[in-house]
Design a protein around this ligand. Structure first.
Ligand SMILES: [Zn+2]
Ligand SMILES: [Zn+2]
Length: 107
């Protein structure tokens, strides 16, 4: 079985009705059987278990957003007005610092 076929097989065995969205770039993520985690097909971000909200059947209901904090003043960015986690950067409304909010900056 080729990698692609096994990927399709893995996909068909799971309920991906709504799929899983990457919390970094909002693209669709796929299930990596070997690593047993979700991987974004666009940016490669690995979605960890605590970022997934499951329904009572264990299916993924949605992907929780990453918590972002200002690199400069430590303000909680998700609460700031019009914050968009899918932009590549965000200017902190507290101190004006431009934060890089791509996957390379997740920690
Ligand atoms: Zn992504
Ligand atoms: Zn700040």
């Amino acid at each position: 079985m080729s990698f692609f076929e096994s990927l399709l097989d893995a996909l068909s065995n799971k309920d991906y009705s709504d799929g899983v969205k990457c919390p970094v770039c909002n693209a669709c993520a796929y299930w990596d059987e070997d690593e047993a985690l979700w991987v974004c097909s666009s940016c490669g971000y690995e979605i960890h278990g605590d970022q997934l909200q499951l329904d009572k059947h264990g299916n993924v209901e949605k992907t929780l957003e990453i918590d972002w904090y200002c690199d400069e003043c430590g303000a909680y960015l998700n609460d700031q007005l019009n914050f968009n986690p899918y932009d590549n950067e965000w200017t902190c409304t507290e101190c004006g610092y431009v934060n890089d909010i791509t996957k390379d900056n997740v920690w």
